[in-house]
Design a protein around this ligand. Structure first.
Ligand code: NAD
Length: 478
């Protein structure tokens, strides 16, 4: 499969970086170089910033109705090109083709939903205390924004920023993922072809720290959004704070899954197996700490491990592959180190537990049981194909363990007991909780974390809020 050279998209043009620097793209399924992408220099970034300012004016000059139509055209183009874009995505990221297709088509649905909302950024009239005074609160786009997005969902992580930003009337510079630049570039082409004005959108790659440190302080940028790890998120939130810029932070998680004695184990197992090993576990909302009540612990661990052991691991481009490789050697080593530490501290390997001896970056789907909280992996996000099992006897103990970590992104529970559902709903410290099914990450529902998992939302009307200012206007008519 041909992997086209990836360039920067600045001011409506696809261009090489001004310093001519390019970097290789690696296929994680083979470890081989498949292509390259251009690096943005400071001069390129300055051009993108200037264009974002002009692009903001051009986008603002269109009515919300027109902007919505352009966005829907982009969504349709994305659907038409989904097969090609998904193929690129799998080549550079490793996930099975079926997952890549879902990501691209789901991305089109995300654009459609925000395109609709673009027409509904209503303000309100507030009754005044005096008959000749009117009070309005209106919503205005914050202005040019910048987003930093990771490699694990190269298309949808960008769209979670781009769709609400455009819907609100903002222009946006994206610093895309250097590991997986091809599918984002192909997705941007859909917006270009749909008629988004030059400068309104930019896609750049390069040295991440250089890009953030140059662009965030620039007065043109009015909003920052980042998806990635907690340490980088804290750094960028600090940088945004120094310059008093609002920031949305989608950071890591370490999601608890509470399985009570009365749970429907078959349904829980079927749902969680697919979700745990999706994208080789490299998902911020991946279910990770499985807290299982004593009465069903042994049965559930056995059922889950058997299902995990039967998953077909391989190159995502091949038919039938259910779990692909990890993104790179660095992430593979990080997971190896965490699993090794757990084993040394007494974890039992139910299945997997090591890398797979073949070219590429493969780690076997792994189930560890008998987890204790002194193990590093129970404290640090594994971000890999590893499920960790721990017993509990009373629901309050499971809730305490669920809340123990500074993360607060996704959480999961299976129980038929309404008082347990009530207790979980009230006590779990997380931005998202789904009970007895997998119900997260729809375009229309809030998506985000609390505590060190970040702040702000990338779903639902809450996502639009992040790109809007409120202006209050009080007028007395003489
Ligand atoms: P990382 O923190 O090194 O990189 C994550 C992203 O941040 C990358 O796209 C990178 O280009 C960017 N980045 C890094 N330093 C930056 C800087 N100074 N300025 C701007 N951007 C910068 O993490 P990684 O090792 O590639 O990925 C693994 C970790 O990332 C996981 O542990 C997980 O917590 C986190 N992650 C979270 C999500 C999510 O959806 N919340 C997605 C992917 C990765």
């Amino acid at each position: 499969m041909f992997y086209p050279p990836v360039n920067l998209f600045i001011n409506g043009e696809w261009r090489e970086g001004s310093e001519g620097i390019r970097e290789d793209v690696i296929n994680p399924a083979t470890g081989k170089v498949i292509g390259s992408f251009a690096h943005a220099s400071i001069a390129d970034l300055d051009l993108a910033l200037k264009a974002a300012n002009a692009g903001f004016q051009a986008w603002q000059a269109l009515s919300a109705f027109e902007r919505s139509k352009i966005m829907r055209r982009a969504a349709n183009l994305l659907r038409e090109r989904a097969e090609d874009i998904a193929t690129l995505l799998t080549l550079e990221e490793g996930k099975p083709l079926a997952e890549a297709r879902m990501e691209v088509n789901g991305g089109a649905d995300l654009i459609d939903w925000f395109a609709e909302e673009a027409r509904r950024t209503y303000g309100r009239i507030i009754p005044s205390r005096s008959p000749n005074v009117t009070q309005h609160a209106i919503r205005e786009a914050v202005g040019p924004a910048i987003g930093f997005t990771p490699w694990n969902f190269p298309v949808s992580q960008i769209l979670r920023k781009l769709a609400p930003a455009l819907a609100a009337g903002c222009s946006l510079i994206i610093k895309g993922p250097e590991e997986t630049p091809g599918s984002p570039a192909a997705m941007f082409k859909c917006f270009e072809d749909a008629g988004v004005p030059a400068g309104t959108l930019a896609l750049v790659f390069g040295i991440p720290a250089q890009i953030s440190e140059h662009c965030i302080p620039n007065p043109i940028i009015k909003k920052v959004s980042f998806t990635g790890s907690v340490p980088v998120g804290k750094h960028l939130a600090g940088l945004a704070g120094q310059h008093m810029k609002p920031a949305t932070m989608e950071l890591g998680g370490h999601a608890p899954v509470v399985i009570c004695d009365d749970a429907d184990l078959e349904s829980a197992c079927a749902a969680l197996i697919a979700f745990k090993f999706r994208n080789a576990g490299q998902v911020c909302i991946s279910p990770t700490r499985f807290l299982v009540q004593n009465g069903v612990y042994d049965r559930f661990v056995e059922m889950f491990s058997k299902a995990a052991a039967s998953l077909k691991v391989g190159d995502g481009s091949e038919d039938g592959t259910q779990v692909g490789p990890m993104i790179n050697e660095r992430r593979l080593q990080a997971v190896e180190r965490l699993v090794q530490d757990a084993i040394e501290r007494g974890a039992r390997v139910e299945t997997g537990g090591s890398r797979i001896d073949r070219p590429g970056f493969y780690f076997a789907p792994t189930v560890l049981s008998g987890m204790t909280i002194d193990m590093q992996i129970m404290n640090e996000e594994p971000f890999g194909p590893v499920a960790l099992f721990m017993r509990f006897s009373q629901l309050k103990d499971a809730i305490a363990e669920a809340k123990r970590l500074p993360y607060g992104l996704a959480s999961y529970a299976w129980t038929r007991d309404s008082s347990a559902i009530h207790a979980l709903s009230r006590s779990i410290e997380a931005g998202m909780l789904t009970i007895n099914h997998l119900g997260l990450a729809l375009p229309e529902t809030p998506y985000g974390g609390i505590k060190e998992s970040g702040h702000g939302s990338e779903g639902g009307t809450e996502a639009l809020e992040g790109y809007l200012n409120t202006k209050f206007i009080s007028c007395s008519y003489p």
